[in-house]
Ligand binder design. Structure first.
Ligand code: ATP
Length: 335
């Protein structure tokens, strides 16, 4: 099923994923620019003996945002506290986290765009002045009691930076835009992971896995494990090109790395909407998914691969999409 290739991980995979995480900036493959920028931010702060600026990371799921947050804490030699937007339903939830931070600690706030509105405002103040205003009482008699908190570094992650209100976005001193990885970077990641898993991986098999990983390390690692399973059960355990191809075919990952959801979206766009333009929500409904899933998980890769174009009137399939799906575009197709 599509969970095998979706960027969301199951529980078992989570455990192995942890073991495959690079621990230091130097082990983090790819994202050269982000790495260099981040390294400067961290090391200059360390030289000044201050907590570094708050960091915002944006990009599609599975590109290493959580990993980078852990690395930031490790590089600073500070503990990491982890929470997420959906866990903060009231500003009190955030106050509880902020008021128990120790000096210099790194707070990772995943899916920061999903935090409750009132908490957002509390966060601005905390980021800027290291203060939370705790409201005591209700109605006209309510008073805000300012509470000083320890200087900390916030690392926020979001799949949709555009959804963050500008005042919040502006309070991050550094915004890291994470982009899909190049095949050769994924190849290095897959080789590194195979080493950690104790698997024997041929060079051409690594290239095959990398090429079908949707530019995403988490998927590369997942496909590597599925190829390893296949090699262990159906072959002699060695990860060769032939086993990689057979395993990837079994898991329905095509040569371009498109998985079931990607293909379902393309299929609906081409067949049901004659190549578009069609609105995102309509498209999502027709494949039985939440609009956010289609927008965050499938679309960025389809756009990046040149199969889908975003236009003011909606999503449109490109000639490559028709070709890839083996279909003839209608004469009046909108591209
Ligand atoms: P999400 O936003 O869904 O939490 P994420 O972007 O935080 O995803 P991570 O959980 O950090 O993604 O990364 C997924 C896995 O991919 C990690 O377990 C790690 O092994 C691997 N990985 C990510 N980035 C790299 C990298 N640059 N080098 C090596 N491995 C990486």
């Amino acid at each position: 099923d599509r969970d095998v290739v979706s960027p969301q991980a199951d529980l078992d995979d989570r455990a192995v994923e942890g073991a495959l995480r690079p621990r230091r900036l130097a082990d983090f493959v790819g994202q050269e620019r982000v790495r260099e920028q981040l390294s400067l931010v961290l090391h200059s702060a360390q030289r000044r003996g201050r907590a570094p600026d708050h960091v915002l990371m944006s990009g599609p799921p599975g590109l290493g945002k959580t990993t980078l947050a852990m690395i930031i804490a490790a590089e600073l030699g500070m503990p990491l506290r982890i929470t997420s937007g959906p866990a903060i339903e009231r500003s009190g939830d955030l106050a509880a986290v902020l008021s128990t931070l120790h000096e210099g600690e790194v707070l990772f706030l995943d899916e920061i765009h999903r935090m409750a509105r009132p908490a957002e405002e509390m966060l601005y103040v905390a980021m800027e002045d290291y203060r939370v205003d705790v409201v005591v009482g209700k109605g006209p008699g309510a008073t805000a009691i300012p509470l000083e908190i320890a200087p900390f570094t916030l690392v926020g992650a979001t799949t949709r930076a555009g959804l963050l209100p500008a005042p919040l976005r502006d309070r991050f001193g550094f915004v890291a835009h994470m982009d899909f990885y190049r095949p050769e970077e994924l190849e290095r990641i897959v080789h590194r992971s195979a080493g950690l898993l104790g698997a024997e991986l041929d060079g051409d098999a690594a290239a095959e896995i990398a090429g079908r990983s949707r530019g995403t390390p988490r998927i590369a690692n997942r496909l590597l494990r599925r190829v390893r399973d296949y090699a262990e059960v159906r072959a002699d355990g060695r990860l060769t090109l032939a086993t990689a191809r057979a395993a990837l075919e079994l898991y329905e990952v095509d040569e371009q790395g498109l998985d079931r959801l990607d293909r379902a979206v393309l299929h609906a766009l081409l067949r049901r909407f004659r190549g578009g333009p069609v609105g995102l929500s309509t498209l999502a409904v027709s494949v039985g998914e939440e609009p956010e899933t289609v927008e965050v998980v499938a679309e960025p890769f389809l756009v990046r691969s040149g199969f889908v174009a975003r236009t003011p009137r909606g999503r449109v399939a490109t000639p490559e999409a028709w070709r890839h799906m083996g279909l003839e575009p209608p004469p009046d197709a909108a591209f």
